[in-house]
Design a protein around this ligand. Structure first.
Ligand code: PEP
Length: 253
């Protein structure tokens, strides 16, 4: 059975003191024996300090983006080896806000994923359709395009989690229904089976992202193809994030 995986994407929020307090709250609230993988993805400048706080815990540390080169004249960027050096084990790539506001797509995202995996990071690769695309009946086509941008015989999914995040649900308070999430996740899995094979498709974890809150977490993660969540807004408060983790665990009981 695939493990549950809940990650918090803090985006450009919190200051260092707030971030440290949040991490302490999570450390206190997360049971050592809970059968779930958990990670937080803070802004870059907090990574080194939080890595120190997270040492010896079972909470992973992720970045929200990276460049594809290891070093060089790329002002304002950060490389996968630098993220490793900062104490990260994971990086989010292809978040819809990167696609929407920074024009990231296709070949660039593939280069980032390959570079991150090459540096020994795990990758959360985000995909998902806009409202216009959904209303035009293009959800499956977008899922397929986003997956094929990165997946292929030259990229192993062994250390990749897919985050299906319908853009219309991100930060809007409008969560996909469990049935909508399941349908999209099943579509992801069947597309991955076409690109690779049934065994790879069965093994890859697929998180749902888009306005996940504690009250809907259990039902969402009870869906057979939903293996966890990538959480934005609700990951900024320990009680909410822990509530989502509890919901995920209850779904697997
Ligand atoms: C996200 O940013 O990945 C996300 C899912 O945000 P929110 O939970 O706030 O919709």
């Amino acid at each position: 059975m695939r493990r549950l995986y809940v990650a918090g994407n803090w985006k450009m929020n919190l200051n260092l003191a707030e971030a440290k307090a949040l991490v302490e709250g999570l450390k206190k609230g997360l049971a050592a024996e809970a059968q779930i993988d958990v990670a937080v993805c803070p802004p870059f400048y907090m990574l080194v300090a939080l890595a120190e706080l997270l040492k010896g815990t079972r909470i992973g540390l992720g970045a929200q983006n990276c460049h594809f080169e290891a070093k060089g004249a790329f002002t304002g960027e950060i490389s996968p080896p630098m993220l490793k050096d900062a104490g990260c084990d994971t990086v989010i790539i292809g978040h819809s806000e990167r696609r929407q506001y920074f024009g990231e797509a296709g070949e660039l995202l593939k280069k980032k994923v390959v570079a991150a995996l090459g540096a020994g990071l795990k990758v959360i690769y985000c995909i998902g359709e806009t409202l216009t695309e959904r209303e035009a009946g293009r959800t499956e086509a977008v899922i397929s395009r986003h997956l094929r941008e990165v997946c292929g015989p030259d990229v192993s999914l062994d250390h990749v989690t897919i985050a299906y995040e319908p853009v219309w649900a991100i930060g809007t308070g409008k969560t996909a229904t469990p049935a909508q999430a399941q349908e999209a996740h099943a579509c992801c899995r069947s597309e991955i089976a076409k690109i690779y094979n049934a065994a790879v498709a069965a093994a890859v974890p697929i998180q749902y992202g888009g306005s996940v809150k504690p009250d809907i977490a259990r039902e969402l993660m009870s869906q057979p193809d939903v293996d966890g969540a990538l959480v934005g807004g609700a990951s900024l408060k320990a009680a909410n994030f822990l509530g989502i983790i509890e919901g995920a665990l209850a779904a697997r009981k």
